[in-house]
Design a protein around this ligand. Sequence first.
Ligand code: MN
Length: 296
Amino acid sequence: MDTTQATTFRRIFQVIDGNRKAVGDGFQVTSPMPGPRIRQLSPFLLIDHIGPMAIAPSETPLGSPPHPHRGFETVTVMYQGVLAHRDTAGHQGNIGPGDVQWMTAGAGLMHEELYEKEFTRRGGTLEVVQLWVNMPRKDKMAPANYQDIPSTEIKTLPTADGKGTIRVIAGSYEGVTGPASTFSPLTMLDVHLPKGSEFTLKLPQDYNVGLYIVKGDVLLHGNRPAATKQLVVLGWNSEEAHLTATEDSIVLVLAGEPIEEPLATYGPFVMNTNKELVQAIADYERGAMGKFEDEE
Ligand code: MN
């Protein structure tokens, strides 16, 4: 990078390490958000990075057994392995490397995410990033929905130096529009940068911007390193940020207009008030978020 240029890049607010946790009976997760160092990167609420983990061949698929959600969307970005999903709104499917599943919990549903059967029999490596994306107050009780986005539907752009690849999952980037439909203006990019490549990211100045390093090592603005499983939170002083890949890297760009509304969260529910949380728990307990037929 030519460091003498006059461009001002977005200020680097934070470089955050993830906390390790277990989810369900089959996911080893690193999670940089939420956490004590960052309240939110609105509209993005949570990042769960599953693996990469070795799955030994088995007859029993593990994962995250049935659980409810209300008031937001879960976005599952697959890197390695295959997951099987089903929910009580009647959607089900398998997602593999490069695929994205964009699930709108809205008014509420139950869902289950397990290793896919054949993948479990064979064994292999599993690596997935799951995001929680908030919904505006006016849409929180929208009907549950499911966008199954196969890898082939995600358009790509080369980086300006021709070395890297930008996959546009949601929103628009350099005139290319991603397949996901969203409730608030946001841009989600899966950027693959081979070692030695450079990338100048340009997004609306008033967007919150987070860079999650799925894999590799990058140099921000030519001088600040960020490594695998770190989340970089950028400021609003400029439209641009600059990355140099010092190893083969994958960076998930999470950017969007902040939803300026109060947040009330409890476990799998994200609402605006405590009263709405109490209602969500009551609705869940009386079975209003659905039930799988084979459940007890
Ligand atoms: Mn879930």
